[in-house]
Design a protein. Structure first.
Length: 365
C-alpha cells in the first residue's frame, strides 16, 4: 500500500492496513520520510517503508517519489497493490504491468482533480487528469470516502465505485490525560480545529478572527496543514497568542484526548471547489466519537450528518461575524450542548469503522 505522506497521521491507511493484516495479508505501507517525521509506533501489525527524498513539494517531489516507488514495487513480490490517491497511481499502474496475477486497487481519499491546489492551476490540473484518464479505468477495484465523490467518478468513468467512509475506529484508547497535562486552559471553553488537512479554505482563516469575539474561549489548533504557517504568522502579528493555541501534529490517541476534552469541534470547509463541496472530513467522526458538539459549514455531506443525528450546529455562512455570533450562542446554551453530547453517543453507535469494513471485505476477501 502506498501514500505520499509520512504515514504518521494517516488514520485511514492505518485502519485499512490493520484490516488486511487481521485477514492474513502481509502488508507493507510505503510513504516518505520528512526532516520532522516522528518515528512510527513499534506495535504496528504491518511493515512500513519511508523514502527520504531530496524534494518535498512540487513536480520534482512527485516525479522523484513515483520513480522511487516504481523501482521499489518492481523488485518486490506482491499479489495486491493499493494506491492511495492519484499521486501514487502512476507508479502502481506501471509496476503492476510487470507482475503476474497482481491486482491493483485504488482508494481515492478525495476528488483529486477538484482540489483547490489544482483548480487554481489549470495546466497542472490537466497533467493530473491525463494520468487519471490513463490509469484509473484499468484498476481492478476502486473505493472512495463518500457517495457524492463516488457519484462523480461513476459518472465520469462508468466504473463501479464503492464507498468506505473514514469513520473513527471504535476501539479508542482511554483519554487519561488532563487539560493541564495537554496545555489546555482549565477555566475557559475550548473550541478545537484538528486533523492533518488544515489547509486553505477550510475555515482556519476565519476562525482565528472569529474566536477574538468569543469571551472566555480559546481556539485550539491540533494538527497541521499548508495554511498553518500563515495562521501562526497572523496570530503573532495581531497578538492573539492567548486566544489561539497551536499544538502541531500529535499521535492519534493524543489527538483524540485533546478532542474529548474540548467543548466544540470545528469543521468549516468552504464551497470554493468541488472537492470541498462534497468533503466529509475525518474530524467529523472524531468529534462524534469523542462525544463533543459539532460546529460545521453548510456543505452537503457534513451538514447531512450533523442534521440527521442532531449533534451540533450548521453555521449559516463564513462571515466572521456570523461564525462568532452562532458560536457564542452555542457555547451559552448548556441544554443544547448536553443534548448534542447525548446524541453523539447514538450517532457513534451507528457510525463505526466495523460497519465500513464490510465493504472492504467485498473488495479484498
Amino acid at each position: 500500500m502506498s501514500v505520499t505522506n509520512d504515514l504518521f497521521t494517516d488514520q485511514r491507511v492505518r485502519k485499512v492496513c490493520e484490516f488486511l493484516a487481521a485477514n492474513d495479508f502481509e502488508v507493507t505501507l510505503v510513504g516518505r520520510r520528512l526532516k520532522n517525521s516522528q518515528d512510527m509506533p513499534s506495535n504496528l501489525k504491518y511493515k512500513t517503508k519511508r523514502f527520504p527524498l531530496w524534494f518535498t513539494r512540487g513536480p520534482k517531489f512527485y516525479a522523484s517519489y513515483n520513480l522511487r516507488l516504481f523501482v521499489y514495487l518492481l523488485f518486490r513480490r506482491a499479489d495486491l497493490l493499493i494506491s492511495n490517491d492519484l499521486d501514487t497511481l502512476y507508479a502502481n499502474h506501471w509496476a503492476r504491468k510487470f507482475k503476474r496475477n497482481c491486482k491493483l486497487v485504488y482508494d481515492s481519499h478525495e476528488y483529486y482533480c477538484g482540489t483547490p491546489e489544482l483548480v487554481s492551476r489549470p495546466k497542472v490540473q490537466n497533467f493530473w487528469r491525463k494520468i487519471e484518464k490513463r490509469c484509473l479505468p484499468k484498476v481492478d477495484a476502486m473505493y472512495t470516502v463518500n457517495e457524492s465523490i463516488a457519484d462523480l467518478y461513476r459518472e465520469e468513468y462508468g466504473m463501479d465505485v464503492k464507498v468506505v467512509r473514514n469513520i473513527t475506529d471504535g476501539n479508542l484508547p482511554p483519554f487519561d490525560m488532563t487539560r493541564k497535562q495537554l496545555g489546555l486552559p482549565l477555566n475557559k471553553k475550548v473550541v478545537i480545529m484538528q486533523g492533518a488537512g488544515i489547509n486553505i479554505d477550510r475555515g482556519g482563516e476565519e476562525m482565528i478572527e472569529a474566536i477574538q469575539q468569543v469571551d472566555n474561549a480559546v481556539l485550539a489548533i491540533v494538527g497541521d496543514g499548508d495554511v498553518v504557517p500563515d495562521l501562526k504568522k497572523k496570530v503573532s502579528e495581531e497578538g492573539w497568542k492567548e486566544k489561539v493555541l497551536f499544538f502541531g501534529k500529535r499521535p492519534y490517541a493524543e489527538l483524540m484526548n485533546f478532542t474529548a476534552l474540548s467543548d466544540v469541534g470545528i469543521s468549516l470547509d468552504k464551497d470554493s471547489n468541488i472537492n470541498y463541496r462534497f468533503s466529509l472530513p475525518n474530524k467529523i467522526f472524531d468529534y462524534i466519537h469523542a462525544g463533543i458538539p459539532l460546529f460545521v459549514s453548510d456543505l452537503k455531506e457534513v451538514a447531512s450528518i450533523v442534521r440527521k443525528y442532531e449533534v451540533g450546529v450548521v453555521c449559516s455562512s463564513h462571515k466572521i461575524e456570523d461564525i462568532a455570533k452562532e458560536l457564542i450562542a452555542l457555547l451559552k446554551d448548556d441544554s443544547a450542548q448536553l443534548r448534542y453530547r447525548e446524541n453523539t453517543k447514538k450517532a457513534a453507535a451507528e457510525l463505526n469503522w466495523q460497519k465500513e469494513t464490510e465493504v472492504l471485505k467485498e473488495i479484498y476477501l
